[in-house]
Design a protein around this ligand. Sequence first.
Ligand code: SF4
Length: 468
Amino acid sequence: MSQGISQAVRFDRELIEKYNRAGPRYTSYPTAPHFTEAFGPERFLQEVEFTNRQANPRPLSLYVHIPFCDTVCHYCACNRIVTPDRRKAVTYLDYLFREVERMGALFDRSRPVVQMHFGGGTPTYLDAGQLERCLEVIGRHFTLLSGDAGEYGIEVDPREVPPGTLTAVRRMGFNRLSIGVQDLDPRVQKAVNRIQPLEVTQAAVDEAKAAGFLSLNLDLIYGLPFQTEASFRHTVEEVVKRFDPDRLAVFNYAHLPQYFPPQRRINTQELPSAEEKLRMMETTINVLLAAGYVYVGMDHFAKPGDELAVAQRDGVLHRNFQGYTTHGECDLIALGITGISQIGEIYAQNLKELEPYYQRLDEGGIPVFRGLVLSRDDLVRRHVIMRLMCDFQLDRHSLEHQFGIDFAGYFSAEEQEIARMVQEGLLEDDGRILRVTPGGRLLIRNVCMAFDWYLRHAEQKKSFSRTI
Ligand code: SF4
């Protein structure tokens, strides 16, 4: 385990302009476009059984996907179903509970659920009673921890939480909250079809604080229509001053209307220029660092005492499909449509549409439709990429020791690119530790791309967003 990882970051415009190109976000390696339908439920079951038989089976992390939203935000790039018809959620829960029961039966009950996250879509599309029922059913088929021993989080849309909901959510066992804010400017909100008056967000944050959630995250997005450096600075400053969140995720809007149909409703003329976006990014970093937050990585900032920042300093930060997270020691089980599980040495994704998902469960099966068994090379490279993404450094000796390889020989094809990044100031290299410089940290995706075998060799099936 590495100790004392630096969290320094520096906005280096020259480097950013040179390296800003499309690339994966590395919530997994290999990335999802490389999953294959040759991987099916049988292989999934085999891996689960194998992990149960380990001398010390890993604890569990659950991801529960609630895909529904009442209205569509025009910047949306998520897999979601937009409908005001709440009966759809009743049917969905019916099937979700069948999946919970079926999956729960596969995993040894001695494996506690140390982490759980409800994401979407909009989990708070469900009312408090439905959410409580979810926890009740999950608790019947998995071993949930009592009190606040587990890290149980939920994403919240303030427009969807009547007064009292968050208090009830806290009481039923959730202890981490993530609230979508995006931008406080009414003009921006109108252009992206997400009207969320300040009082609505304030009410949700106030109730969350009174209810005693252990960590509060807020999401913002820059690069949306009508935003300027000055307007976004105002949003960031106001959010910090008014809401004082433990964490902030500040996402860069990637305009890819060819892949995400709701984005076609965004008028490209109204989008800020690339230059203005860079200024917003620089300002965001400066404002948040001055306010005492540390830069965790990619889009994430946290107070120094927040568990994400602490995990990073201790060298135990982890990255999975939900982004940066603690509890890297877990096997991750995804429940609901589209979710991706990471168990042992496999990835497995659930069916993406409601009807096939329902049909599979009606037939008595589990809804896995594709996945991947990681090769030894995938495992080596995943380790390299995850350590770089989380620690911003890589210890060659510990990698060699863990995988029984000679770094120089194994990565001879990458040597030239590593040397170039050292020369250009993204990396420092003392022969043992490859360390990302403060100026290189914002370009961590580019550093990782150098180790991505698939980027070099395989045909890309999907365009990625730009790295900045
Ligand atoms: S951005 Fe979130 S709330 Fe908005 S439509 Fe997409 S999933 Fe729903």
